[in-house]
Design a protein around this ligand. Structure first.
Ligand SMILES: C[S@@+](CC[C@H](N)C(=O)[O-])C[C@H]1O[C@@H](n2cnc3c(N)ncnc32)[C@H](O)[C@@H]1O
Length: 319
């Protein structure tokens, strides 16, 4: 069974599945999704690649009493934890977890009213196959729903904020490096970093009808005095990143570097340009770190709105 290319139960990845998830969508957007998809009490909802069951936690209030949530993931350790966490939001009943592959869901045909996933397709070698499998388990009239980002477009946003601006050449270097890396990542079967904008067409081609998109409108700016809970959360994350023990980080950085190099080369980049670009990135980061440390300490750090390219795409099964 393919488990995707990363082990999401590792501590630093796992953190994304808990803390950051609580700030992923505005409640008002979730309500719009519920209205448009017609979610109602008592339905059966399936979550493919459920991780720690965040989508169960998010949508549970809307299908609530009498409804069933079935989370499916390939990671046994995440599922164990998801089960424990779900006792809080499910009131101890109605949430079930199964181990299995999203390419071969351990469920009968047409058993689900809502089959959903989040940041799953972007990690898969064969996203269409997973979508087809999600359609198989969805009843006619039921909904298939995918929350996926287009990170290729998001990473082309021009940063603006309290940190020193960078030259056009430096911006282009970063864009080029990221694009080559993303192309290689896809080529190596590690998923499409820009999949978000492709999901509506994939769904239509596979036969879902009335395909529609709701944009994630969670704002990501940070301004002192950081009035929202989300801004304070992002500030904590930034401080943590800046204070990380460099020595302790070396092992993790070596793994990242290896992954970057593999993808960059597969994307058509040369070894020489890879090392040159990595040196530049490191030099910029080392120059930036003391400035950011100072700004996060004295509360002068701010940044503008980087592009948000994160979508909820849904369609209805006809027969
Ligand atoms: C980025 S995480 C997203 C988790 C969750 N949907 C969320 O939004 O918090 C991707 C999840 O997909 C799971 N996964 C990846 N490939 C899979 C596969 N082929 N079959 C089942 N689960 C898979 C991983 O174990 C991980 O939990």
């Amino acid at each position: 069974m393919s488990s995707g290319n990363r082990d999401w139960s590792e501590e630093d990845l796992r953190k994304h599945l808990v803390d950051a998830r609580k700030h992923l969508w505005r409640e008002s957007t979730i309500r719009r999704i519920v209205n448009r998809t017609g979610l109602a009490e008592g339905i059966t909802a399936v979550d493919a690649g459920c991780g720690l069951g965040y989508l169960g936690w998010t949508f549970r209030p809307f299908y609530g009493g009498g409804g069933r949530y079935i989370g499916i993931d390939c990671s046994a350790s995440l599922l164990d934890e998801a089960k424990d966490l779900s006792s809080e939001w499910s009131g101890g009943s109605g949430a079930f977890f199964l181990r299995g592959s999203v390419y071969d869901l351990p469920l009968p045909d047409r058993c689900s009213d809502l089959t959903m996933c989040q940041t799953l397709l972007m990690h898969l070698e064969h996203p269409e196959k997973a979508l087809e499998e999600m359609m198989r388990v969805t009843r006619p009239g039921g909904v298939v729903m995918c929350m996926e980002p287009d990170n290729n477009s998001a990473m082309l946003a021009v940063p603006w904020g309290s940190q020193p601006s960078v030259s056009d050449d430096e911006l282009l270097r970063r864009f080029r490096m990221n694009l080559i890396w993303a192309r290689g990542r896809k080529k190596l079967g590690r998923g499409d970093w820009g999949i978000g904008q492709k999901v509506p067409k994939m769904m239509s081609d596979l036969g879902l009808r009335n395909v529609d998109v709701i944009h994630n409108d969670m704002p990501r700016f940070m301004n002192p005095p950081y009035e929202t809970e989300f801004q304070r959360f992002m500030m904590d994350e930034l401080r943590e990143r800046l204070e990380k023990d460099e020595e302790g980080e070396k092992g993790r950085r070596a793994v990242q570097e290896k992954e970057w190099k593999e993808c960059y080369l597969a994307g058509g980049g040369s070894l020489t340009s890879f090392y040159r670009s990595r040196r530049e990135s490191r030099r910029h980061w080392e120059e930036l770190k003391p400035i950011l440390r100072e700004q996060t300490r004295n509360g002068t750090y701010f940044n503008g709105l980087a592009g948000s390219h994160f979508y909820c795409v849904f369609g209805f099964r006809t027969e």
